[in-house]
Design a protein around this ligand. Sequence first.
Ligand code: ATP
Length: 356
Amino acid sequence: MTTQIELAGVNKHYGAFHALKNINLSIAKGTFVALVGPSGCGKSTLLRSLAGLESISEGDLKIAGELMNNVPPRKRDVAMVFQSYALYPHMTVEQNLTYSLRIRGVAKAEAKKAAEEVAATTGLSHLLKRYPRELSGGQRQRVAMSRAIIRHPKAFLFDEPLSNLDAALRVHMRKEIRALHDRLHATSVYVTHDQIEAMTMADHVVVMREGVIEQQGRPLDLYDTPANKFVAGFIGSPAMNFIPAIVGEDGTSLTLDLGPLKHKLTISSKLLPGRRITAGIRPEHIGITGQGQGTFDVPVAVVESTGSSTFITAATGPELTIVETGRGNARAGDTIGVIVDPEKLHLFDETSGVRI
Ligand code: ATP
Protein backbone atom coordinates (compact mmCIF):
# COMPACT_ATOMS: atom_id res chain seq x y z
CA MET A 1 0.00 0.00 0.00
CA THR A 2 1.21 3.50 -0.80
CA THR A 3 2.32 5.60 2.12
CA GLN A 4 0.54 8.95 2.11
CA ILE A 5 1.98 10.54 5.24
CA GLU A 6 5.30 9.71 6.83
CA LEU A 7 6.98 11.12 9.90
CA ALA A 8 10.49 9.96 10.75
CA GLY A 9 12.30 11.05 13.88
CA VAL A 10 10.10 14.12 14.29
CA ASN A 11 10.75 16.38 17.29
CA LYS A 12 9.12 19.66 18.17
CA HIS A 13 10.38 22.11 20.76
CA TYR A 14 8.49 25.18 21.96
CA GLY A 15 11.47 26.98 23.46
CA ALA A 16 12.65 24.71 26.27
CA PHE A 17 9.50 22.56 26.12
CA HIS A 18 9.83 19.29 24.21
CA ALA A 19 6.32 18.79 22.78
CA LEU A 20 6.95 15.94 20.28
CA LYS A 21 9.61 13.35 21.04
CA ASN A 22 11.00 11.21 18.23
CA ILE A 23 7.71 10.58 16.42
CA ASN A 24 7.77 7.82 13.80
CA LEU A 25 4.49 7.29 12.02
CA SER A 26 3.59 5.94 8.62
CA ILE A 27 0.05 6.37 7.30
CA ALA A 28 -1.04 4.34 4.29
CA LYS A 29 -3.19 5.97 1.64
CA GLY A 30 -6.89 5.55 2.40
CA THR A 31 -6.40 4.94 6.12
CA PHE A 32 -8.32 6.62 8.91
CA VAL A 33 -5.89 7.31 11.75
CA ALA A 34 -6.90 8.63 15.16
CA LEU A 35 -4.43 10.47 17.38
CA VAL A 36 -5.63 10.09 20.94
CA GLY A 37 -4.29 10.95 24.37
CA PRO A 38 -4.89 13.14 27.41
CA SER A 39 -4.86 16.93 27.25
CA GLY A 40 -1.42 18.32 26.48
CA CYS A 41 0.02 15.07 25.07
CA GLY A 42 0.91 16.76 21.77
CA LYS A 43 -1.76 15.44 19.43
CA SER A 44 -2.79 18.89 18.16
CA THR A 45 0.85 19.85 17.75
CA LEU A 46 1.35 16.75 15.63
CA LEU A 47 -1.69 17.51 13.49
CA ARG A 48 -0.73 21.18 13.12
CA SER A 49 2.75 20.08 12.06
CA LEU A 50 1.18 17.98 9.28
CA ALA A 51 -0.82 21.02 8.17
CA GLY A 52 2.27 23.22 8.28
CA LEU A 53 0.78 25.46 10.99
CA GLU A 54 3.74 24.50 13.21
CA SER A 55 7.24 23.92 11.97
CA ILE A 56 9.01 20.82 13.26
CA SER A 57 12.37 21.17 14.98
CA GLU A 58 13.92 17.91 13.75
CA GLY A 59 13.10 14.95 11.51
CA ASP A 60 11.38 14.41 8.18
CA LEU A 61 7.73 14.95 7.34
CA LYS A 62 6.58 13.65 3.97
CA ILE A 63 3.19 13.85 2.28
CA ALA A 64 2.68 11.75 -0.86
CA GLY A 65 6.42 11.12 -0.92
CA GLU A 66 7.42 14.78 -0.89
CA LEU A 67 9.41 16.34 1.92
CA MET A 68 7.18 19.00 3.51
CA ASN A 69 9.40 20.36 6.29
CA ASN A 70 9.67 23.79 4.70
CA VAL A 71 6.55 23.82 2.55
CA PRO A 72 3.98 26.47 3.62
CA PRO A 73 0.47 25.29 4.64
CA ARG A 74 -1.35 26.36 1.48
CA LYS A 75 1.06 24.39 -0.69
CA ARG A 76 0.74 21.12 1.26
CA ASP A 77 -2.60 20.23 -0.27
CA VAL A 78 -4.14 19.04 2.99
CA ALA A 79 -7.43 20.24 4.50
CA MET A 80 -8.04 20.96 8.18
CA VAL A 81 -11.50 20.55 9.75
CA PHE A 82 -11.85 22.25 13.14
CA GLN A 83 -14.38 22.01 15.96
CA SER A 84 -15.09 25.72 15.60
CA TYR A 85 -16.07 25.15 11.95
CA ALA A 86 -14.37 28.44 10.92
CA LEU A 87 -17.16 29.24 8.47
CA TYR A 88 -17.50 32.75 7.03
CA PRO A 89 -20.66 34.11 8.71
CA HIS A 90 -21.46 36.65 5.99
CA MET A 91 -21.35 34.05 3.19
CA THR A 92 -24.02 31.50 2.26
CA VAL A 93 -23.22 27.80 2.39
CA GLU A 94 -22.59 27.87 -1.34
CA GLN A 95 -20.23 30.84 -1.06
CA ASN A 96 -18.44 29.17 1.83
CA LEU A 97 -17.91 26.16 -0.39
CA THR A 98 -16.87 27.96 -3.54
CA TYR A 99 -14.62 30.53 -1.85
CA SER A 100 -11.45 28.44 -1.76
CA LEU A 101 -11.87 27.48 -5.41
CA ARG A 102 -12.57 31.05 -6.49
CA ILE A 103 -9.42 32.39 -4.85
CA ARG A 104 -7.50 29.73 -6.75
CA GLY A 105 -8.89 31.12 -9.97
CA VAL A 106 -11.57 28.52 -10.70
CA ALA A 107 -14.34 29.99 -12.90
CA LYS A 108 -17.61 30.85 -11.18
CA ALA A 109 -19.79 28.31 -13.02
CA GLU A 110 -17.29 25.52 -12.43
CA ALA A 111 -17.00 26.36 -8.72
CA LYS A 112 -20.81 26.39 -8.41
CA LYS A 113 -21.00 22.97 -10.05
CA ALA A 114 -18.35 21.61 -7.70
CA ALA A 115 -20.25 23.02 -4.70
CA GLU A 116 -23.47 21.37 -5.86
CA GLU A 117 -21.70 18.03 -6.32
CA VAL A 118 -20.12 18.12 -2.88
CA ALA A 119 -23.38 19.30 -1.29
CA ALA A 120 -25.13 16.31 -2.80
CA THR A 121 -22.54 13.98 -1.19
CA THR A 122 -22.87 15.58 2.23
CA GLY A 123 -26.64 16.12 2.22
CA LEU A 124 -26.52 19.91 2.00
CA SER A 125 -28.19 20.46 -1.38
CA HIS A 126 -31.28 22.07 0.15
CA LEU A 127 -29.21 24.39 2.36
CA LEU A 128 -26.91 26.03 -0.17
CA LYS A 129 -28.58 29.46 0.09
CA ARG A 130 -28.58 29.55 3.89
CA TYR A 131 -26.14 31.44 6.11
CA PRO A 132 -24.18 29.60 8.84
CA ARG A 133 -26.32 31.19 11.58
CA GLU A 134 -29.36 29.50 10.01
CA LEU A 135 -27.85 26.02 10.38
CA SER A 136 -27.73 23.48 13.21
CA GLY A 137 -24.41 22.39 14.71
CA GLY A 138 -24.40 19.16 12.69
CA GLN A 139 -25.17 21.03 9.47
CA ARG A 140 -22.37 23.52 10.12
CA GLN A 141 -20.03 20.62 10.70
CA ARG A 142 -21.11 19.20 7.35
CA VAL A 143 -20.38 22.54 5.65
CA ALA A 144 -16.92 22.59 7.22
CA MET A 145 -16.29 19.09 5.87
CA SER A 146 -17.69 19.94 2.46
CA ARG A 147 -15.37 22.89 2.25
CA ALA A 148 -12.47 20.53 2.82
CA ILE A 149 -13.78 17.93 0.37
CA ILE A 150 -14.25 20.39 -2.49
CA ARG A 151 -10.48 20.87 -2.72
CA HIS A 152 -9.72 17.15 -3.19
CA PRO A 153 -6.85 17.35 -0.70
CA LYS A 154 -4.18 14.67 -0.24
CA ALA A 155 -5.33 14.26 3.37
CA PHE A 156 -8.05 15.43 5.73
CA LEU A 157 -6.87 16.62 9.12
CA PHE A 158 -9.55 16.74 11.81
CA ASP A 159 -8.93 18.62 15.05
CA GLU A 160 -11.56 17.43 17.57
CA PRO A 161 -14.32 18.30 15.09
CA LEU A 162 -17.19 16.93 17.17
CA SER A 163 -16.45 18.31 20.61
CA ASN A 164 -19.00 21.16 20.27
CA LEU A 165 -21.87 18.81 19.50
CA ASP A 166 -24.24 17.12 21.92
CA ALA A 167 -23.80 13.41 22.65
CA ALA A 168 -26.44 12.08 20.24
CA LEU A 169 -25.24 14.21 17.34
CA ARG A 170 -21.64 13.23 18.05
CA VAL A 171 -22.50 9.56 17.67
CA HIS A 172 -24.34 10.32 14.43
CA MET A 173 -21.58 12.52 13.01
CA ARG A 174 -18.81 10.05 13.76
CA LYS A 175 -20.58 7.52 11.55
CA GLU A 176 -21.14 10.16 8.92
CA ILE A 177 -17.48 11.23 8.86
CA ARG A 178 -16.33 7.63 8.64
CA ALA A 179 -18.79 6.88 5.81
CA LEU A 180 -17.61 9.96 3.96
CA HIS A 181 -13.99 8.91 4.40
CA ASP A 182 -14.82 5.51 2.87
CA ARG A 183 -16.76 7.02 -0.03
CA LEU A 184 -14.00 9.46 -0.89
CA HIS A 185 -11.17 6.93 -0.42
CA ALA A 186 -9.60 9.67 1.65
CA THR A 187 -6.62 9.61 3.98
CA SER A 188 -7.74 11.05 7.31
CA VAL A 189 -5.94 11.99 10.50
CA TYR A 190 -8.32 12.65 13.37
CA VAL A 191 -7.37 14.17 16.72
CA THR A 192 -9.56 13.39 19.70
CA HIS A 193 -9.23 12.96 23.45
CA ASP A 194 -12.20 10.58 23.31
CA GLN A 195 -10.98 7.01 23.10
CA ILE A 196 -14.45 5.76 22.09
CA GLU A 197 -14.36 8.07 19.07
CA ALA A 198 -10.87 6.82 18.23
CA MET A 199 -11.81 3.16 18.65
CA THR A 200 -15.03 3.33 16.64
CA MET A 201 -13.85 5.53 13.77
CA ALA A 202 -10.25 4.63 13.08
CA ASP A 203 -8.43 1.83 11.28
CA HIS A 204 -5.28 2.71 13.18
CA VAL A 205 -5.09 4.33 16.61
CA VAL A 206 -2.04 6.22 17.87
CA VAL A 207 -1.98 6.67 21.65
CA MET A 208 0.17 9.57 22.83
CA ARG A 209 1.39 10.75 26.21
CA GLU A 210 3.72 13.65 26.98
CA GLY A 211 4.92 13.97 23.39
CA VAL A 212 5.63 10.25 22.96
CA ILE A 213 3.74 7.60 20.97
CA GLU A 214 3.00 5.00 23.64
CA GLN A 215 1.49 2.49 21.22
CA GLN A 216 -0.10 2.38 17.79
CA GLY A 217 -2.12 -0.31 16.05
CA ARG A 218 -5.57 -1.58 15.22
CA PRO A 219 -8.19 -0.52 17.78
CA LEU A 220 -8.97 -4.00 19.09
CA ASP A 221 -5.29 -4.96 19.23
CA LEU A 222 -4.75 -2.04 21.60
CA TYR A 223 -7.70 -3.21 23.68
CA ASP A 224 -6.56 -6.85 23.73
CA THR A 225 -2.83 -6.35 24.20
CA PRO A 226 -2.00 -2.92 25.55
CA ALA A 227 1.76 -2.42 25.54
CA ASN A 228 1.81 -0.80 28.94
CA LYS A 229 -0.29 0.26 31.90
CA PHE A 230 -0.93 3.72 30.47
CA VAL A 231 -2.49 2.39 27.24
CA ALA A 232 -4.35 -0.29 29.22
CA GLY A 233 -5.91 2.39 31.41
CA PHE A 234 -6.61 4.78 28.56
CA ILE A 235 -8.29 2.40 26.10
CA GLY A 236 -11.54 0.83 27.31
CA SER A 237 -14.46 2.25 29.24
CA PRO A 238 -14.91 2.03 32.16
CA ALA A 239 -11.17 1.88 32.65
CA MET A 240 -9.25 -1.30 33.45
CA ASN A 241 -8.85 -2.17 37.15
CA PHE A 242 -5.28 -2.30 38.42
CA ILE A 243 -4.40 -4.48 41.40
CA PRO A 244 -0.95 -4.69 43.02
CA ALA A 245 0.25 -8.30 43.06
CA ILE A 246 3.25 -10.38 44.02
CA VAL A 247 4.50 -13.54 42.32
CA GLY A 248 4.53 -16.64 44.57
CA GLU A 249 7.53 -18.91 45.38
CA ASP A 250 6.60 -21.27 42.54
CA GLY A 251 6.60 -18.44 39.95
CA THR A 252 3.22 -19.50 38.61
CA SER A 253 0.95 -18.08 41.27
CA LEU A 254 0.01 -14.53 41.98
CA THR A 255 -1.27 -12.99 45.20
CA LEU A 256 -3.58 -10.09 44.49
CA ASP A 257 -3.41 -7.38 47.14
CA LEU A 258 -6.92 -5.99 47.54
CA GLY A 259 -6.29 -4.27 50.86
CA PRO A 260 -7.35 -6.51 53.75
CA LEU A 261 -8.29 -9.08 51.14
CA LYS A 262 -5.48 -11.15 49.58
CA HIS A 263 -6.23 -13.63 46.89
CA LYS A 264 -4.02 -16.26 45.28
CA LEU A 265 -4.45 -17.19 41.62
CA THR A 266 -2.57 -19.58 39.37
CA ILE A 267 -1.29 -18.07 36.14
CA SER A 268 -0.13 -19.73 32.94
CA SER A 269 3.19 -17.88 32.62
CA LYS A 270 6.24 -18.38 34.84
CA LEU A 271 7.59 -15.25 36.49
CA LEU A 272 10.38 -14.45 38.90
CA PRO A 273 9.29 -15.51 42.43
CA GLY A 274 8.72 -12.47 44.63
CA ARG A 275 8.44 -10.07 41.69
CA ARG A 276 6.05 -7.18 42.30
CA ILE A 277 3.72 -6.59 39.42
CA THR A 278 0.46 -4.84 38.59
CA ALA A 279 -2.40 -7.07 37.47
CA GLY A 280 -4.99 -5.46 35.22
CA ILE A 281 -8.50 -6.74 34.69
CA ARG A 282 -11.19 -5.08 32.61
CA PRO A 283 -14.53 -4.40 34.37
CA GLU A 284 -16.36 -6.38 31.69
CA HIS A 285 -14.13 -9.43 32.30
CA ILE A 286 -15.11 -9.87 35.95
CA GLY A 287 -18.04 -12.22 36.47
CA ILE A 288 -20.51 -12.05 39.33
CA THR A 289 -21.95 -14.84 41.42
CA GLY A 290 -23.29 -15.49 44.90
CA GLN A 291 -21.26 -15.01 48.08
CA GLY A 292 -18.72 -17.82 48.54
CA GLN A 293 -19.20 -19.14 45.01
CA GLY A 294 -16.70 -17.07 43.04
CA THR A 295 -12.92 -16.63 42.96
CA PHE A 296 -13.27 -14.36 45.99
CA ASP A 297 -15.89 -12.24 47.75
CA VAL A 298 -16.10 -8.45 47.69
CA PRO A 299 -18.29 -5.92 49.50
CA VAL A 300 -20.47 -3.84 47.17
CA ALA A 301 -20.20 -0.08 47.71
CA VAL A 302 -22.09 1.44 44.77
CA VAL A 303 -24.44 0.06 42.12
CA GLU A 304 -25.27 2.18 39.06
CA SER A 305 -27.54 0.99 36.31
CA THR A 306 -28.01 2.48 32.86
CA GLY A 307 -30.77 -0.02 32.06
CA SER A 308 -28.67 -1.99 29.60
CA SER A 309 -25.72 -2.48 31.95
CA THR A 310 -24.91 -2.27 35.62
CA PHE A 311 -21.74 -0.78 37.06
CA ILE A 312 -20.71 -2.15 40.43
CA THR A 313 -18.01 -0.58 42.56
CA ALA A 314 -16.54 -2.97 45.11
CA ALA A 315 -15.04 -1.48 48.27
CA THR A 316 -11.80 -3.42 48.11
CA GLY A 317 -8.31 -1.94 48.79
CA PRO A 318 -7.97 -0.48 45.32
CA GLU A 319 -11.64 -0.22 44.30
CA LEU A 320 -12.81 -2.71 41.72
CA THR A 321 -15.23 -1.71 38.97
CA ILE A 322 -17.34 -4.47 37.51
CA VAL A 323 -19.67 -4.18 34.54
CA GLU A 324 -22.57 -6.55 34.27
CA THR A 325 -24.85 -6.73 31.24
CA GLY A 326 -28.50 -6.12 32.12
CA ARG A 327 -29.89 -5.18 35.52
CA GLY A 328 -28.33 -7.62 38.00
CA ASN A 329 -29.34 -8.24 41.60
CA ALA A 330 -26.46 -6.74 43.56
CA ARG A 331 -27.27 -3.93 46.01
CA ALA A 332 -25.00 -1.58 47.94
CA GLY A 333 -24.06 -3.26 51.21
CA ASP A 334 -24.23 -6.81 49.76
CA THR A 335 -21.28 -9.16 49.67
CA ILE A 336 -20.97 -10.86 46.29
CA GLY A 337 -18.66 -13.44 44.75
CA VAL A 338 -16.59 -12.32 41.77
CA ILE A 339 -15.17 -14.60 39.11
CA VAL A 340 -11.71 -13.67 37.84
CA ASP A 341 -10.33 -15.74 34.98
CA PRO A 342 -6.51 -15.62 35.22
CA GLU A 343 -6.38 -15.81 31.40
CA LYS A 344 -8.06 -12.41 31.28
CA LEU A 345 -5.44 -10.73 33.45
CA HIS A 346 -3.01 -8.25 31.92
CA LEU A 347 0.29 -8.25 33.77
CA PHE A 348 2.54 -5.20 33.95
CA ASP A 349 5.88 -4.52 35.57
CA GLU A 350 5.16 -2.61 38.77
CA THR A 351 7.83 0.04 38.17
CA SER A 352 7.99 0.56 34.42
CA GLY A 353 4.35 -0.32 33.67
CA VAL A 354 5.50 -2.33 30.63
CA ARG A 355 3.42 -5.37 29.70
CA ILE A 356 4.92 -8.67 30.85
P1 ATP B 1 -5.53 19.22 24.11
O1 ATP B 1 -6.30 17.94 24.04
O2 ATP B 1 -5.65 19.89 25.43
O3 ATP B 1 -5.77 20.12 22.95
P2 ATP B 1 -3.04 18.31 22.91
O4 ATP B 1 -2.67 16.91 23.13
O5 ATP B 1 -3.63 18.65 21.60
O6 ATP B 1 -3.97 18.80 24.08
P3 ATP B 1 -1.02 20.24 22.27
O7 ATP B 1 -1.95 21.37 21.99
O8 ATP B 1 -0.39 19.58 21.11
O9 ATP B 1 -1.73 19.16 23.17
O10 ATP B 1 0.11 20.75 23.26
C1 ATP B 1 1.17 19.91 23.69
C2 ATP B 1 1.99 20.62 24.70
O11 ATP B 1 2.69 21.70 24.07
C3 ATP B 1 1.18 21.24 25.83
O12 ATP B 1 1.86 21.03 27.04
C4 ATP B 1 1.12 22.71 25.49
O13 ATP B 1 1.07 23.50 26.66
C5 ATP B 1 2.42 22.92 24.74
N1 ATP B 1 2.27 23.97 23.73
C6 ATP B 1 1.40 24.01 22.70
N2 ATP B 1 1.56 25.11 21.95
C7 ATP B 1 2.55 25.82 22.51
C8 ATP B 1 3.20 27.05 22.20
N3 ATP B 1 2.86 27.77 21.14
N4 ATP B 1 4.19 27.46 23.04
C9 ATP B 1 4.56 26.72 24.09
N5 ATP B 1 4.02 25.53 24.43
C10 ATP B 1 3.02 25.10 23.65
